[in-house]
Design a protein around this ligand. Structure first.
Ligand code: NDP
Ligand code: 2IT
Length: 452
């Protein structure tokens, strides 16, 4: 690595020694940017990288709320407003006990380049809380969301910062958050995306990340003269992204044999067909149950509890393709080796940064087609941008119209990441391609806008 990039990595580690996920994302990003840094003296001169690794603003706040037993609970809320060179800050809210400033900064950093790749006008941000919606009543979730928004509302707005969902934040939470924003501001505006279609939401937003992921992967497969027809696929997670990844893979003739949650995974050798997927949607989105129940419902399937926290057995089965759709760092080196040994030819990341850097290298060395998250899962935020456009115009497009745009955007991201890979790194290295293509647009906008 060049002195300039390694010095920055060192600086990030020294300044915030505990922010390991943030170090991880910055290191991965700078390893790609290192390949072009001396072709771009103006970027060095304008100190673009130094500015990029520092969020424009971080808001951290107390979230007090009263649970069903009348006990006061206190959580920590965050909003990281990372970069607004390309538009208002945009990115999801995550409610999960693991949430901390490092995870918020890593997600906001990734989001900045992901949003740039979509070609739409969005800066990068992320927020959330260490609150866990699991096991809480609807009323408790509502009280938490109202308290969270009571602080957050003063920092966001349809032209300032537009949050959306992420882990633990789905349509129920977006509804409660939107209701409270409207009450506090007395304005009905597109301040959040992922809204219900009857009150400003876009059709296809729920489907967008999973469908977009499969559109992206299909473009890669097509270039390699492959198709999903008859392919066996491993999917991890069982939430929003996982569900719609399975739905689109089924539509293209693939057979998905796994799903998981934070307790364990199920393996169904006969495939999770549309009827079984409808069951999973009811189980996870309405009954808010555990994936273990799938194996009680369908006797051909087996449930494997995780041996330890964050060990993931999904990657131990024979398959052609793998789609990590749960959370960060769910594929380590041993998992990557298992994937290669089990015949996997393509890994496409639905979750953000699910594959550790050494595991990515191992997959690439073995010729596995690898779709990095900031390119492959950008369909969700892309349709969020389309939701913002519909809100501004006070109109609503049909599902078909949004789906067509999503397909076009995903093909466009694949084309720009591939072109940047070929020009600056090596053909097919979409990790470098996505980082470089996403970065260049943000960097030039920052230079155009002066030292801010
Ligand atoms: P959901 O909350 O709908 O689903 C998350 C799934 O992942 C659940 O099955 C959950 O299990 C599982 N999970 C969460 N944390 C862990 C963990 N530590 N170990 C194992 N499993 C875990 O979230 P989404 O589907 O929206 O998000 C999944 C991933 O996709 C995240 O990385 C998110 O950042 C990313 N993403 C989401 C987008 C979106 O539009 N929603 C857009 C782009 C990326 P359990 O039920 O036990 O909690
Ligand atoms: O990681 C992501 O891209 C998201 N959680 C979606 C963000 C959004 O604003 O739609």
């Amino acid at each position: 690595m060049h002195e300039i990039t390694s010095r920055l990595i060192e600086k990030v580690r020294r300044t915030d020694p505990h922010q390991i996920e943030f170090h991880q994302t910055v290191t991965e990003f700078l390893s790609s940017i290192d390949k072009i840094i001396f072709d771009l003296p103006h970027i060095v001169h304008h100190r673009v990288l130094e500015r990029l690794i520092e969020p424009e603003r971080v808001v951290m706040f107390r979230v007090p709320w009263i649970d069903d037993d009348g006990v006061l609970q206190v959580h920590r809320g965050f909003r990281v407003q990372m970069n607004s060179a390309l538009g208002p800050y945009k990115g999801g809210l995550r409610f999960h006990p693991s949430v901390n400033l490092s995870i918020m900064k890593f997600l906001a950093f990734e989001q900045t380049f992901k949003n740039s790749l979509t070609g739409l006008q969005m800066g990068g941000g992320k927020g959330g809380s260490d609150f866990d919606p699991k096991g809480k009543s609807d009323e408790e979730v509502m009280k938490f969301c109202q308290s969270f928004m009571t602080e957050l509302n003063r920092h966001i707005g349809e032209d300032t910062d537009v949050p959306a969902g992420d882990i633990g934040v789905g349509s129920r939470e977006i509804g409660f958050l939107f209701g409270q924003y409207k009450r506090l501001q007395n304005r009905f505006t597109g301040v959040l995306t992922g809204k219900g279609p009857a009150w400003g939401g876009s059709y296809m937003r729920p489907e967008a990340t999973g469908y977009g992921l499969v559109y992206f992967a299909a473009a890669m497969m097509q270039d390699a003269k492959l198709s999903f027809d008859g392919k066996v696929c491993l999917v991890s997670g069982s939430g929003n992204v996982a569900q719609y990844t399975v739905e689109k893979l089924n539509a293209l003739g693939a057979k998905v044999v796994t799903l998981s949650d934070s307790s364990g995974c199920i393996y169904d050798p006969e495939g999770i067909n549309s009827e079984k997927l409808a069951y999973v949607k009811r189980l996870k989105n309405i009954a808010r149950g555990r994936i273990a129940e799938y194996a009680e419902q369908y006797r051909g399937a087996t449930y494997y509890p995780h041996v330890e926290v964050s060990s993931n057995q999904v990657w131990n089965f024979k398959a052609d393709c793998a789609f990590p759709c749960a959370t960060q760092n769910e594929i380590g080196v041993i998992d990557a080796r298992n994937l290669v040994n089990n015949g996997v030819r393509l890994v496409a990341e639905g979750a953000n940064m699910p594959t550790m850097a050494q595991a990515v290298h191992l997959l690439q060395e073995h010729g596995v087609l690898f779709a990095p998250s900031k390119a492959a899962n950008a369909g969700g935020v892309a349709v969020s941008a389309l939701e913002m456009a519909q809100n501004s115009a006070r109109i609503q497009w049909t599902s078909e119209a949004v789906d067509l745009q999503l397909q076009k955007i995903m093909k466009g991201i694949y084309a720009s990441a591939s072109a940047a890979a070929e020009r600056y790194s090596e053909k097919g290295n979409l990790v470098d391609g996505a980082n470089i293509a996403g970065f260049l647009k943000v960097a030039h906008a920052m230079i155009d806008q002066g030292y801010v």
